[in-house]
Design a protein around this ligand. Sequence first.
Ligand SMILES: NC(=O)CC[C@H](N)C(=O)O
Length: 211
Amino acid sequence: MTVPQIGVLALQGDVVDHMRALEAAGARAVPVRRASELDDVDGLVIPGGESTTMSRLLDVFDLFDPVKKRLDEGMPAFGSCAGMILLADEVLDGRPDQRSFGVIPMTVRRNAFGRQIDSFETEIGLDGIAGGPFRAVFIRAPWVERVGEGVAVLGRVDSGGDATAAPGGRIVAVRAGDCLATSFHPEVTPDARVHEYFVDMVRSADAGPVE
Ligand SMILES: NC(=O)CC[C@H](N)C(=O)O
């Protein structure tokens, strides 16, 4: 597959920015609003927005189970912010009725930075992404408090002396197999490297494991 077709879950959130970033990264981007539209995609982006609302809309549009099925079958996915929350298998400070796909074994705390500062930008290094630090934009962002087996930590934010943070800072970017998740919003900056990284993941998933 030279030009992968990547869906952006288009129920709510910053869909258009992700589509533009995916196209800039060499993919064809399509919005996904109904289950049949999942059939044609090689990967899926779950955008930022509000995870509680997205969880509800996934049920209303009968999309939760079809998306979960494709994810369980190994479809590559990238979740940013609310999308990260939707990929987690444990959500703290969530609403009791909010659901997530549970494909990345990690504990995510919603609005975690909110108690310190609502929205902020900072430069962070990302493992596997060359070319120097990445300008990361955090908007009522979650952080990751636990990563399970098979989850690689790709990026952290300096926790500014926060004694409850793990050494090295709060985890804000992870990869588990063909799933990628960031607390921040790479789609709002012109730097397409995170989307390029995901597009490469989708290409290699299609090629299958290296023998
Ligand atoms: N920018 C975002 O996606 C914010 C996420 C939001 N706080 C949530 O819990 O879903």
